[in-house]
Design a protein around this ligand. Structure first.
Ligand SMILES: Cc1cc2nc3c(=O)[nH]c(=O)nc-3n(C[C@H](O)[C@H](O)[C@H](O)COP(=O)(O)OP(=O)(O)OC[C@H]3O[C@@H](n4cnc5c(N)ncnc54)[C@H](O)[C@@H]3O)c2cc1C
Length: 402
């Protein structure tokens, strides 16, 4: 049975991450949002204290309650979401490797997504394409096996990739047999310095501007056979089953990764929502209008009451999903519910925070407008809100819903 009281270790880690978020991340948020550049010095500092690193990530993966990771992510994103994404971006690549690779591949490549405190490295998880975002079954990037050299040749263009082009390790999902749609896809490691991989355009974004997002162009990229995650034997067996039955019932590699990371993405949104709620609560107690603090006007007080309630509801869904992910798995779309609820709550709460701050809230001198911009991405990436609703609807009905 789930127990949502944090143990001593978790409380200590939460405080440790919160202190870093408060003293290092939060004060740097405005500057890196304005610069719209990857905040290397801050990620470096996170690596120095052990917050950016594969050992830290793996230690949270092995927590039997599943709660440590969302608890830490909430604190990081409470500090700042753009810098938070810069710190967490490599985790998606690590999750793609852990979810699809052999134990040897995990041990070889996950540490290379992080490097060490002296020399930090980055990972990128490359699925989306200009014509395939939600519809990941339609990827055009092709992977062709060159048997004579035991190499895979990758060609295609990936769109909106976090750390795309600046990463050391790119994990690329590509079609091996496009006719089999999602079931004909596989994930590949593109090692650092591989010829043919380049960065296309860097996107200028609405929010999370400190996080680098770019196209990744794959032009006759050759990787050794050992870079196929899971290995050739497993892939051949999967393709054979899919060809025989038309549908193998197996998940696409990208979808499996996204499902596992949904509570974490919810926790990101939750951190932003909590930051905006706390800030506007303090403000409402101080700011006076018509002779009294604005919180004593019921319209503002009720807004804050709703914000607090929605944030708690989102956190409970996230913690339930994170716990289930380690203890039996999802049965009716609980992972999607957590991401869907938290991201919608974050957008609404940050908008309410702007409203509570009035004119000040609309200016870049106060952080709430940035938090509102940062919150919005959470209803879009790693499965839009509509896609989460689809997943939940299919899970509760057991029926195909388009
Ligand atoms: C800042 C940022 C970072 C990103 N990082 C990464 C990354 O690291 N790796 C990666 O692979 N991708 C990444 N992405 C891509 C992201 O996952 C996609 O943008 C997202 O999945 C949506 O795909 P799309 O943009 O093609 O929208 P579309 O799929 O074209 O959707 C457009 C609209 O149609 C709706 N829609 C589509 N299909 C349906 C349906 N069946 N039913 C109902 N509504 C539907 C959507 O909900 C949405 O509202 C990132 C994107 C951004 C903006």
């Amino acid at each position: 049975m789930a127990d949502f009281s944090l143990n001593e270790d978790q409380l200590q880690i939460q405080k440790w991450v919160h202190d870093f978020a408060e003293n290092v991340i939060r004060p740097a948020g405005h500057e890196w949002d304005e610069r719209e550049e990857f905040p290397y010095p801050i990620v470096q500092q996170a690596a120095e204290i052990g917050l950016y690193g594969w050992e830290f990530l793996m230690s949270t993966f092995s927590d039997p309650t599943g709660l440590t990771l969302p608890v830490c992510i909430e604190e990081i994103f409470w500090g700042d979401a753009g810098i938070g994404m810069a710190i967490m971006g490599s985790a998606l690549a690590a999750a793609g490797i852990s979810g699809n690779g052999t134990p040897e591949q995990v041990m070889e490549w996950v540490p290379q997504c992080y490097g060490d405190a002296k020399d930090i490295k980055l990972g990128a998880f490359c699925v989306s394409e200009p014509d395939a975002g939600s519809d990941v079954s339609s990827l055009r990037t092709r992977a062709v096996y060159d048997e004579a050299n035991d190499e895979w040749v990758l060609n295609g263009t990936k769109a909106w990739i976090t750390n795309g082009g600046i990463a050391d390790v790119h994990v690329v999902v590509a079609a091996v047999d496009p006719e089999l749609k999602g079931r004909g896809q596989a994930s590949f490691i593109v090692p650092p310095g591989t010829k043919g991989l380049s960065q296309g355009q860097k996107y200028m974004k609405h929010g999370i501007k400190a996080s680098h997002t770019a196209e990744v162009v794959l032009d006759d990229v050759r990787v050794p056979g050992s870079c196929l995650l899971g290995g050739k034997e497993k892939l051949d067996a999967k393709l054979a089953r899919a060809r025989e039955r038309g549908t193998s019932g197996e998940k696409q590699p990208a979808m499996a990764t996204f499902e596992a990371t949904r509570p974490s993405v919810g926790a990101q949104a939750l951190g932003i929502a909590r930051a905006a709620y706390e800030y506007s609560l303090d403000y409402a107690k101080e700011r006076k209008a018509f002779g009294k603090p604005i919180i004593q006007h019921q319209a503002i007080a009720f807004k804050l009451a709703n914000m607090a309630t929605e944030i708690d509801a989102a956190r409970l869904l996230i913690w339930r999903a994170a716990w289930l992910a380690r203890n039996g798995g999802f049965t009716h779309g609980e992972g999607s519910m957590s991401k869907y609820k938290a991201s919608e709550v974050a957008v609404r709460v940050t908008e309410d925070a702007i409203q509570i701050l009035g004119g000040y809230g609309y200016t870049r001198e106060y952080p709430v407008e940035r938090w509102h911009r940062d919150a919005k991405i959470h209803t879009i990436f790693e499965g839009t809100s509509e896609i989460q609703q689809l997943v939940i609807a299919r899970a509760i009905s057991g029926m195909r819903i388009e």
